[in-house]
Design a protein around this ligand. Sequence first.
Ligand SMILES: Nc1ncnc2c1ncn2[C@@H]1O[C@H](COP(=O)(O)OP(=O)(O)OP(=O)(O)O)[C@@H](O)[C@H]1O
Length: 289
Amino acid sequence: MTDRGLQGATNVGPRQRGEDSDAEAVDVTDLVIRMDGVGVRRNRNDLLSGVDWSVELDERWVVLGPNGAGKTTLIRLAGAEMHPSSGTVHLLEERLGGVDVFELRPRIGVCSAATAQRVPGEEIVRDVVVSASYAVIGRWRERYDELDTGRAEELLAALGVGHLADRPFGTLSEGERKRTLIARALMADPELLLLDEPAAGLDLGGREDLVARLSQLALDPDAPAMVLVTHHVEEIPPGFTHAMLLRDGAVVAQGLLDEVLTEENLSATFGQDLSLERSGDRFFARRRG
Ligand SMILES: Nc1ncnc2c1ncn2[C@@H]1O[C@H](COP(=O)(O)OP(=O)(O)OP(=O)(O)O)[C@@H](O)[C@H]1O
């Protein structure tokens, strides 16, 4: 694992180093994500600008920022769901724009509100998970391989929803749906797992349960590289190693979690005077005064 320090300090892109910015010159060996000078522009708005970011296989990143900061846009780039307007994005050693995204996407597990919306309510939970190995949503074959079905059931059990395998997805609670979708995202044994606000809409017990399960996953050396997007420091699972703080489409700070997650950086990110407490390996934030 590499200690890259704060954005602008040691984690500089090729342009800042004054090197050749030609995409082909970028060394992306062993990098799961590499962004250099990335911008996304829509309707004359900069959704992201000047983003340099590298993620290695054994790293678990949390991306924190207020509403509208650009977090989902960043995750969509990392999931090969969109291209940057400027700069270069390499995913799993392939350059976006120079690779067939349909070959890249199965190597990346995504759990987001958009995935949840695409699952029909009548779909059986086991099928929601197993169909990920065929890169479809919903049952489309009469029979799946027993190996695949067994893996889907194991993943559901590992996420604490094994008993719901025969239930229609639409009858699950929000927390049960989230856990089912994480099992689905893991089904194809991805090299990168992207989780966009997995704890949104969960009650306190559901959130704590999910944080504990994501912590187990983060601490598993065989788990894929992970990027988790959240608004809340309370949702950072123990075992996460790095953080990126985003505001107005730009990186406020990034690097090792312990170095980046400070009151100063958090206050700058959310535009408020925040106090940050650490209790064991969990974080808590609130406004001062
Ligand atoms: N097609 C578009 N045209 C113009 N602005 C857009 C477009 N798509 C997104 N935006 C804006 O870009 C900004 C970043 O959006 P994004 O969804 O990435 O933020 P986010 O950090 O995920 O926000 P949230 O926490 O509220 O989900 C928002 O202000 C959004 O309104």
